[in-house]
Design a protein around this ligand. Structure first.
Ligand SMILES: NC(=O)c1ccc[n+]([C@@H]2O[C@H](COP(=O)([O-])OP(=O)(O)OC[C@H]3O[C@@H](n4cnc5c(N)ncnc54)[C@H](OP(=O)(O)O)[C@@H]3O)[C@@H](O)[C@H]2O)c1
Length: 343
């Protein structure tokens, strides 16, 4: 058994990691940290885990060496003490944005401050298995993925990889997100009377996950427009692009079919009938699937590519466990087979 601990286990992604790792056949969770809830049982914060574990939260200073350390900390915390975290474990999976970008200058441009540990940036592999599977098999340090970046990248990646998109025309992604993206600490905007029933565009452009999309797809002009909607879990990316002259619906079918056949957690949703004709995050809560869809106006060459995910799963803890599986040589799907709920 691999020994794993979770730093920041009282948060939303930390709780989701704990849920997944408790069911993982090759992992034993050693310790979970929280300063606020130190001494309490995990289920007192994550009530879905009652009767599943007797683990109690400990303060981060009490951490003992393990094989894998998961860091689920607010932005900026992992980089401040990366040497310390690395002294505690052979493998690290960091869910924050601290080690997602490859170079310090790009990091500074998007995050507005210098990186605290720039020498560590190229030690980390971006934890999106669909694009970096072979690199993850060799990795010791894995960065998490931005949930909105994940949805945007996966929506259009099959078409980009097949060379069907006119990349010089750029990409525009409309992204609708649920409230759990904001983490467990409340703020005025997450207060129920303010957050319920909203369709609130909070970033027309300039969202930091844009940098991950540019890095992963090699496209220069990318716009992410972020809108909060009335759901708890879920991110839905609708990406607009121009295809190359002559590209047909048939070409796209081929590209998307190849991508879903090669990747256990990608599914193509493109139905003529029924309610679920295109991806919908509603049915993905708790699941590691990313549902992809597309529609092409063959007259104008306008492509609408879609991806729905659970932000806490494929957009965070699910991809993190999938990456750990690859890094440690386990089957990629181990511990991640829950298909979601319907209705
Ligand atoms: N929410 C999402 O959908 C999502 C998706 C992808 C990636 N992410 C990223 O994942 C990370 C965690 O997000 P989250 O939503 O789970 O956040 P969260 O709910 O706010 O949880 C943060 C956790 O970190 C702990 N913590 C805070 N400051 C700490 C410190 N200085 N040292 C040690 N522990 C500390 C907190 O517990 P105590 O304060 O009790 O110690 C808590 O357990 C973030 O970097 C976020 O950007 C989030």
């Amino acid at each position: 058994m691999i020994r794993a601990s979770i730093v920041g286990a009282s948060g939303y992604t930390g709780g989701e990691l704990l849920r997944l790792l408790l069911d993982h056949p090759h992992v034993e969770v050693q310790q979970i940290t929280s300063r606020t809830y130190a001494g309490l049982y995990a289920y007192q914060v994550h009530p879905n885990l009652r009767k599943r574990t007797r683990l109690k939260f400990v303060v981060p200073e009490a951490l003992e060496p393990v094989d894998v350390l998961f860091l689920a900390l607010p932005h900026g915390e992992a980089q401040k003490r990366i040497e310390h975290w690395a002294s505690l474990a052979t493998y690290i999976v960091d869910l924050s944005a601290d080690f997602r970008l490859r170079d310090a200058e790009t990091y500074r441009r998007w995050y507005g401050h210098d990186h605290a540990a720039p020498a560590w940036l190229d030690k980390f592999v971006y934890g999106l298995p669909e694009l970096y599977r072979e690199e993850l098999r060799q990795a010791r340090y894995v960065s998490g993925v931005g949930c909105n970046a994940t949805a945007t990248i996966l929506a259009i990646w099959p078409a980009v990889r097949a060379g069907l998109v006119a990349l010089d025309q750029g990409l525009v992604a409309e992204i609708k997100v649920g409230s759990s993206e904001g983490g467990a600490t409340p703020n005025p905007g997450s207060h129920h009377p303010e957050r319920a029933n909203v369709v609130r565009t909070y970033a027309p452009f300039g969202h930091r996950h844009t940098a991950e999309v540019i890095q992963a797809l090699g496209v220069e002009k990318v716009v992410l427009t972020m809108t909060s909607v009335d759901m708890v879990r879920g991110a839905m990316a609708t990406v607009h692009a121009q295809v190359r002259p002559g590209v047909t619906e048939r070409d796209l079918w081929k590209a998307y079919r190849a991508a879903v056949n090669e990747n256990p957690f990608l599914r193509l949703v493109k139905e003529r009938r029924g309610i679920y004709r295109v991806p919908d995050p509603k049915i993905l809560a708790g699941s590691n699937y990313a549902d992809l869809g597309f529609a092409l106006d063959e007259t104008t060459g306008h492509l609408v590519a879609m991806a729905a995910i659970d932000n806490l799963m494929k957009g965070a803890a699910g991809s993190a466990v999938q990456s750990m599986n690859l890094m440690l040589g386990f089957d990629e799907t181990e511990g991640l087979t829950f298909p979601g709920l319907h209705p």
